[in-house]
Design a protein around this ligand. Sequence first.
Ligand code: BV8
Length: 221
Amino acid sequence: MGKIVVLSGAGLSAESGLGTFRDAGGIWSRYDLNDVATPEGFARDPSQVHAFYNARRANLAGARPNAAHAALARLQAARGATLVTQNVDTLLEQAGANDVLHMHGRLDRAKCAACGHDWDAPLAMQAEDPCPACAARATRPDIVWFGEMPKELDIIEARIAAADLFVAIGTSGTVYPAAGFVDMARACGVATLELNLEASGSVFDRGIYGPASEIVPAWVA
Ligand code: BV8
């Protein structure tokens, strides 16, 4: 198994209690993503967006990595795997992983909407918090919202093109450009594998299905 690139989604952290987005009862069934995960929603009502992410930051504070996070940290230590995640939680880091490519940002980081400065987020954040660099009262979560450019795309796409195996774990393959990574891998002749609770509908060479905390350690072993 030469160079491996792993893309993870909310299913990786589901068994740590962080919830997913599009499963029954998921986050998007309780919140309108246009209100809490778009720049327009933030401009309309920054307090509502901060309340949404403050609640998720509090949820994360009580969560622990599960066996799947630990297995991916081991895979990275043993094989130098590139860990890309759509998740904004830090459970992979808490399990010992390094250099995780958070393409949708991170809950533990804040950003100034005025000057772009970013810093470690407090547990509860509000828009009136002054930016440490320019003092503007334009604090926002350092999260990639719909319509915003994902982070680290160049390095992610270069790693996928040069990989021997692309693995997607716990993602519904709904959100682009992440959902298109498997097609890019296949176009580059890279083998593809899906690990999920059930088939997402995207086309992979192979699939292993079951709860991440069981199938990921078994696959990594
Ligand atoms: C952009 C914020 C411009 C963080 C999120 C084509 C190309 C480019 C863009 C688009 C395009 N078509 C449409 C677009 C626009 C849009 C988009 O994709 N819309 C969709 C809805 C159609 N994309 C964007 O706006 C992106 N930006 O386009 O910029 C651009 C881009 C490239 C080049 C030039 C210009 C921005 C996307 C990021 C938006 N931010 N969230 C946050 O609040 O968390 S997206 C949101 O969905 C989350 O970040 C989440 O990570 C992401 C994906 O969801 P999943 O992780 O897959 O979770 P989901 O609930 O859907 O599925 C869970 C899965 O787990 C299921 O498969 C389930 O079976 C499985 N599971 C459950 N339990 C378990 C399990 N598996 C294993 N074990 C278990 N126990």
